[in-house]
Design a protein around this ligand. Sequence first.
Ligand SMILES: Nc1ncnc2c1ncn2[C@@H]1O[C@H](COP(=O)(O)OP(=O)(O)OP(=O)(O)O)[C@@H](O)[C@H]1O
Ligand SMILES: [Mg+2]
Length: 331
Amino acid sequence: MLLNLARQRRVLFFGGKGGVGKTTMASAVAVMAAEQGRRVLLVSTDPAHSLGHLWGRRIGPHAVPLMAGLDGLEIDPAESLESHLEQVGRSLRKLMPHHLAGEVDKHLARSRDAPGIHEAALLERLAQTLIDGMQQYDLLVFDTAPSGHTARLMALPEMMTAWTEGMLRQRERSDKLGAALHGAGGAQDMAARIIGKGDQILTPAQRDDTIRSVLNRRRERFVVLRDVLADTQRTGFVIVLAAERLPVLETIEFEGQLRRAGVPVAGLVVNKRMPAQAGDFFAEKQQQEQHYLAQLREALPQLPVEEVVLQRLEVAGEDGIRALAGMLRAE
Ligand SMILES: Nc1ncnc2c1ncn2[C@@H]1O[C@H](COP(=O)(O)OP(=O)(O)OP(=O)(O)O)[C@@H](O)[C@H]1O
Ligand SMILES: [Mg+2]
């Protein structure tokens, strides 16, 4: 299953609970695809730089070559937030008269702590990485954080439309209030004070158009991201898990969440399976795993499952990842 995904898809996401082997599997699949001659970009959004640790080298926010045909990149959430705020600041300054630039800076300083802003910045960077990466690479492999963002991510374009329209409506109301306070010319007067292009005064309609186009450009990026996520021909979402009671239950739930959000899961990787013929202690553990695996297959009969045996040594470095990829390819 993983080899087919590595050969055929354009975008793969690896998700699942903490420590199950997402970074390892994403790396092994990226290696398999590169060994097939595809140009591959491996992307992580983990602030802990786990991709760099696994490969035993520094990676960072710009693509670096990991092996022939494979580049790696770590999206840095803190740096994403800074550049997001910088972009928002630039857009706002264009819309405001010069003497209000100080207000923009105050607004941005407050935004730094606003709920959801880190996630928005990260998702925007993720969307941009996807859009740029699709032009340059045959396959993008995303190692995602162990949380439920992905389902929420799908609702972002709609949320942003509602938000844009809500903001414009709120602004209309404040124009009306301005008109009431300042008499007939009030709305125009308010508009002049709130927003102008440099010192040129925009009419409320021009201003709305400008705001809309700034917000719509961001929205477009999320639309592309959502369309790619929902496209089962090009994209595959893989859940990695262990054959244990809670991970199996959570995987069944996670698959449902993703399906309802419009992201069908392409396959499951049951990682770190106990090896056969490894003594009584492991035989019992293996039997218990069989039980949970049966439960998983019964709940999600439509999904391909790939089992990966626990390796004797921790997977680490290019050699370790290539050895694991070789094993997956042989199966
Ligand atoms: N099949 C395997 N056999 C042996 N060790 C493995 C196997 N798969 C993963 N590991 C090891 O398990 C550890 C955790 O793997 P990994 O970092 O890929 O998990 P993760 O899901 O990305 O974790 P996090 O949620 O923290 O990002 C690593 O040390 C890795 O080398
Ligand atoms: Mg990881």
